[in-house]
Ligand binder design. Structure first.
Ligand code: CA
Length: 130
């Protein structure tokens, strides 16, 4: 499973990358929104873990561009902002789930497993209908 992590906080990004690698993911880590959009549109990932407060393009803009391209990639947003409006904006822009910082790494892992199960289910039902 290849996962893209977009997080500009170096300590947090390093911790999440290590934790997810131990879980068996191949983790690409980018630190700004514009690089994330470029990677998402040119490469293939199974999951996106996206911070909202990012340099160059914010997480909501990244998500909007991803969804505009027609991608159904499972997306979990990570944010320090615990304001309800930010979470709603993220979900409305096409996020599948969110976690508010500070979060427990084990909870992040469990939520990513759940997202993968759901996306596998969607893929399977598409095949069955076809
Ligand atoms: Ca940030």
């Amino acid at each position: 499973m290849r996962l893209l992590l977009v997080e500009d906080d170096k300590a947090l990004g390093e911790g999440v990358r290590l934790g997810l690698r131990q879980e068996g993911y191949t983790v690409d880590w980018l630190e700004d929104g514009a690089s994330a959009v470029h990677a998402l549109l040119s490469e293939s990932f199974d999951l996106l873990v996206l911070d909202l407060g990012l340099p160059r393009l914010n997480g909501i803009q990244v998500l909007q561009q991803l969804r505009k391209s027609g991608s159904a990639l499972p997306v979990l947003i990570l944010t320090a902002r615990d304001a309800t409006e930010d979470r709603i904006a993220g979900l409305d822009a096409g996020a599948d789930d969110y976690l508010v910082k500070p979060f427990d790494l084990d909870e992040l892992k469990a939520r990513l497993r759940a997202l993968l199960r759901r996306s596998a289910g969607r893929a399977q039902s598409r095949i069955e209908h076809a």
